[in-house]
Design a protein around this ligand. Structure first.
Ligand SMILES: *Cc1c(COP(=O)(O)O)cnc(C)c1O
Length: 855
């Protein structure tokens, strides 16, 4: 059996966070001092902690630049197939530590910062999160960028540089209050503006048809200014690009045709155009049909496609037959992945470019378009599916509407030829929904315009095929695929949980960081008493650290020896934070009923943002805080049960709370959570899961064995059956006394004595229109929680189950997910070739590319 290592010994042996050489530390310190002086224009007498953060960020950034230029140069020379990941969200979080880790600089920087007499963690905390996402969908895009770079794919993320990301959440008197996220206020050292690649995007106007084809004229122009952010792979010298577009008004905005007399007003009105990239829409899994949102969606699409085509034309494949570009090889050189339907307008936009501008025949253009796009579906909730009103599209993008109608006509003709006299099918499969307001079904557009459609977990992909898009799957079964989501082990283990990452490396070596399936090697240590103790010790240290953080930042004291029961994700009815809340109330009532009885102490931590317009989600936050107020101040309860609402849940807070979690709550109604990725982060970080058979939980249970998760409640079939019978909440309320008591307390104002009717809407919903059937799973959930508490009493048995989970988490690396996309959808090979590191800058004149087209 192994001997315990001191932290110092561990550091020396493990190089996953980089090797410390004396020269590299000295070099980093020189870089730091140089940037403090020349970039920040400060000396150490007047420098603030923020100046030190920026000096360090610039020092680390210097190590990216050569690799970035080299990688892009390499792509230009070799012309591999490019992968374009189009997304309205990239939920990147912080960049400094991720960059240090992926470049193997973490240990050297730690040492340099220490020698400079500064505190690394304090500096890291100064960086603002890049909160350009709402939740899972945007975070997935960020994990995918990391994996694509690590796998050496010539990949690009394309999105919008929102001036304001997801709002900052404050809790005031138990209510959510939103504050603007002014994340760029102090400047962003990780981006580089590229005004030389600015591109025009057109809106409104009208279409003129003539013998030479359609012309979209009299449009209003907005400029798209790209900002590039480097995306380093893990220790492979590859640095890819995330290009985010910012909206700029042209300098003649409102001065050419009208408003000529009012120069001042015309300048002020530039804001109208620039509002396009002002703010992220804060809805998670919800469609809000606002004109500004449609403008954002088309803005990113139009700018990105111009960029893609410019790059294609600059390559050797963009050959010309004397006058025109030949696009035959386009789908072999370009893959465009649509992250949900948000960038769906890319399909008619590419058709417009091919047919109206490049003068390709329709059939050829359509064939190339279909072979270029692939679409990822992220939800089956009807309220989340984008259905844009035809009138709005006609006003904003009149030519695109015509093209969509043409696509639809040909699509319906095809179906009619296969299924004669089946009007029902034509209506169901049309891109256009008739009704009060005529709408475009964007998912239908994406399915028709792509060669591959994928769901994000096995169960979800099955639901997509068998229920939501049944007719489409019947028509083209081979188009439908599954690509189970994943998370990057760099951020979600190395970065956030160094203790566990290093402990694992001691046992199985360091290669697991790039090949997470190697975690199965941990299975042979499940009975190693020393390893069990060390895993438990890392968890305990993480819990103490998180408790100290809560105490420092929020002045709340929690008991680090209690079970940390954590439910963090966006607040949504389908995620059933209300069910967790009913369990808290049930535990509370049990303690009060019999205070002498053994109770396994718990700290229940719930966090997440509610969309500002989502009334019920905001009421759920208020209820959790009201319950917390009562529970936390009841002397009978004492330290047995504490309830914390974790304010402003975001990527950088996830990195703190997940490694400190004992129990992960993944309790959505079966069939509603497409995949979930939070569930995977917890599994990898040594938490046990209480969850339903939903999303990727199903595959987590498959990997670890169902006996190593706390699975409870209705399966999808049970939910379907209950829907068929008719769900009656009252029945459960009448049959289950503890449920009745908890609901009665909410209803009677026990948790809101100043306003007894405060939660009427919530209670009314639970009884009369609960689409997510909280009461139906309540009993199974509470019983399952009892089993959780029982196991927690046996610390060794608990930790052994934790180890079995970590050992089974390998599947959930986003490296595995991206390899599957590469193999089955993009048809590209990952490359483990290391681009040579940039020792010295190459002579600029020697290998200059013509006309600066390389980027
Ligand atoms: C991973 C992550 C999510 C997604 O969590 P789910 O539990 O899968 O909904 C949301 N927000 C943040 C900040 C995350 O890091």
């Amino acid at each position: 059996m192994s001997r315990p290592l001191s932290d110092q010994e561990r550091r020396k042996q493990i190089s996953i966070r980089g090797i410390v050489g004396a020269e590299s530390v000295a070099e980093l310190k020189r870089g730091f001092n140089r940037h403090l002086h020349f970039t920040l224009v400060k000396d150490r007498n007047v420098a603030t902690p923020r100046d030190y953060y920026f000096a360090l960020a610039h020092t680390v950034r210097d190590h990216l630049v050569g690799r970035w230029i080299r990688t892009q140069q390499y792509y230009y020379e070799k012309d591999p197939k490019r992968i374009y990941y189009l997304s309205l969200e990239f939920y990147m979080g912080r960049t400094l530590q991720n960059t240090m880790i992926n470049l193997g600089l973490q240990n050297a920087c730690d040492e340099a910062v220490y020698q400079l007499g500064l505190d690394m963690e304090e500096l890291e905390e100064i960086e603002e999160d890049a909160g350009l996402g709402n939740g899972g969908l945007g975070r997935l895009a960020a994990c995918f960028l990391d994996s694509m770079a690590t796998l050496g794919l010539a990949a690009y993320g394309y999105g919008i540089r929102y001036e304001y990301g997801i709002f900052n959440q404050k809790i005031r008197d138990g209510w959510q209050v939103e504050e603007a996220d002014d994340w760029l206020r102090h400047g962003n050292p990780w981006e580089k503006a590229r005004p030389e690649y600015m591109l025009p995007v057109h809106f409104y106007g009208r279409v003129e048809h003539s013998a030479s084809g359609a012309k979209w004229i009299d449009t209003q122009v907005v400029l798209a200014l790209p900002y590039d952010t480097p995306v380093p792979g893990y220790m492979n010298n590859t640095v890819n690009t995330m290009r985010l577009w910012s909206a700029r008004a042209p300098n003649d905005f409102n001065l050419r045709d009208f408003n000529v007399g009012d120069y001042i007003q015309a300048v002020l009105d530039r804001n109208l155009a620039e509002n396009i990239s002002r703010v992220l829409y804060p809805n998670d899994n919800f469609f809000e049909g606002k004109e500004l949102r449609l403008k954002q969606e088309y803005f990113v699409v139009a700018a990105t496609l111009q960029d893609i085509i410019r790059r294609f034309k600059a390559s050797k494949f963009g050959s010309t037959d004397s006058v025109r570009t030949v696009f035959d090889s386009f789908p072999d050189q370009v893959a465009i992945q649509l992250n949900d339907t948000h960038p769906a307008m890319a399909i008619p936009e590419l058709m417009r470019i091919f047919v109206d501008i490049e003068k390709l025949p329709w059939d050829k253009a359509w064939d190339i378009t279909k072979r270029t796009f692939a679409y990822t579906n992220h939800t089956v909730l009807p309220e989340a599916l984008e259905r844009w009103p035809v009138d709005l599209v006609e006003k904003l993008l009149p030519r695109h509407l015509q093209i969509i109608y043409e696509i639809n006509q040909r699509h319906l003709d095809h179906i009619a030829s296969l299924f004669p006299n089946d009007v029902g099918r034509l209506r169901r499969m049309s891109l256009i929904e008739e009704g009060d307001t005529k709408r475009i079904n964007m998912a239908h557009l994406c399915i028709v315009g792509s060669h591959a459609v994928n769901g994000v977990a096995k169960i979800h992909s099955e639901i997509v095929k068998s229920q939501v898009f049944e007719d489409f799957a019947e028509l083209e079964p081979e188009k439908f695929q599954n690509k189970t989501n994943g998370i990057t082990p760099r951020r979600w283990l190395l970065l956030c949980n160094p203790g566990l990452a290093e402990l694992i490396a001691e046992k199985i070596g360091e290669d697991y960081v790039r090949d997470l399936s190697q975690l199965t090697k941990l299975h042979k240590f499940v009975d190693d008493d020393l390893f069990i103790r060390e895993v438990a010790k890392v968890k305990q240290e993480n819990k103490v650290k998180f408790a100290l953080y809560l105490e420092k930042e929020y002045k709340v004291k929690i008991n680090p020896s209690s079970m940390f029961d954590v439910h963090v994700k966006r607040i949504h009815e389908y995620k059933r934070q209300l069910m967790n809340c009913l369990h808290i109330i049930t535990m509370y009532n049990r303690i009060r009923r019999d205070p002498a009885k053994l109770f396994v102490p718990r700290t229940v931590i719930i966090g997440g943002k509610a969309a500002p317009g989502y009334h019920m989600a905001k009421m759920i936050i208020k209820l959790i805080n009201a319950v917390a107020q009562v529970v936390n101040n009841d002397p009978v309860v004492g330290s047995k049960l504490k309830v914390i609402f974790l304010e402003n849940y975001r990527v950088s807070l996830a990195e703190k709370v997940i490694p400190a979690t004992d129990l992960s709550e993944q309790i959505s109604t079966a069939g509603t959570e497409a995949s979930g990725t939070g569930n995977m982060k917890f599994m990898l970080n040594g938490a046990l899961t209480i969850g339903t058979m939903d999303g990727a939980n199903v595959e987590m249970a498959e990997e670890a064995g169902e006996e190593n998760l706390f699975i409870f409640g209705m399966r999808v079939e049970d939910v379907t059956e209950l829907d068929r019978k008719g769900y009656n909440a009252q029945l459960y309320y009448d049959r289950l006394p503890e449920l009745k008591q908890a609901v009665d307390q909410i209803k009677s104002g026990f948790f809101s004595p100043d306003d007894p009717n405060l939660f009427n809407d919530v209670v009314n919903m639970l009884f009369h229109h609960d689409r997510f059937k909280v009461f139906a799973d309540y009993e199974a959930y509470v019983k399952c929680q009892e089993k959780v508490s029982e196991l927690y009493l046996n610390s060794k048995a608990w930790t052994k189950m934790v180890i079995r989970n970590i050992a089974a988490a390998g599947k959930f690396s986003s490296d595995r997910t991206i390899k599957e996309y590469a193999r089955d959808i993009w048809h590209v090979e990952p490359s483990d070739l290391k681009i040579p590191p940039p020792n010295e800058p190459r002579d600029a004149g020697q290998d200059k590319t013509p006309n600066g087209t390389a980027a």
